[in-house]
Design a protein around this ligand. Structure first.
Ligand SMILES: [Zn+2]
Length: 130
């Protein structure tokens, strides 16, 4: 199944817009790593040594949750970047594992998806088995 040029342009625009808004969000709490593309480091809060320990523990906890949000956003930005590149290279829409076309329904839902639904499901099962 070939994806029409207009559809690819629409998907590309959608993903570029999504990527930009995610970058805005991640920049609110993390610093971009200039030496690695699409890599951010959550800013560690400045500890005040005069503070009581409980408060410091809260800050560490807050930092850990920022770190996991940062990882999720970073992965999503990376996936969007890769998908936009696949469109530009004319390789978009094929499953990276079985090379079968990814269904349009899946593409509409997750335009940055790398794999078809079948491979995705197989992969999740494998991960659960581990
Ligand atoms: Zn597949």
């Amino acid at each position: 199944m070939e994806i029409k040029k207009e559809k690819l342009e629409e998907l590309s625009e959608r993903m570029i817009a999504e990527k930009e808004s995610l970058i805005k969000i991640i920049n609110e709490f993390a610093k971009e790593n200039k030496s690695i593309p699409n890599d951010w480091n959550a800013r560690f809060p400045n500890f005040n040594t005069d503070r009581i320990l409980d408060e410091e523990a809260d800050e560490v906890e807050e930092y850990s949750s920022l770190l996991s949000i940062e990882k999720v956003l970073e992965l999503k930005i990376q996936n969007l970047t890769n998908a936009i590149e696949r469109i530009n290279r004319g390789e978009y829409g094929k499953c990276s594992l079985c090379s079968e076309p990814i269904s349009m329904a899946r593409i509409e839902l997750i335009p940055e998806a790398k794999t078809c639904k079948k491979c995705k499901n197989n992969n999740s099962k494998l991960n659960v088995a581990k």
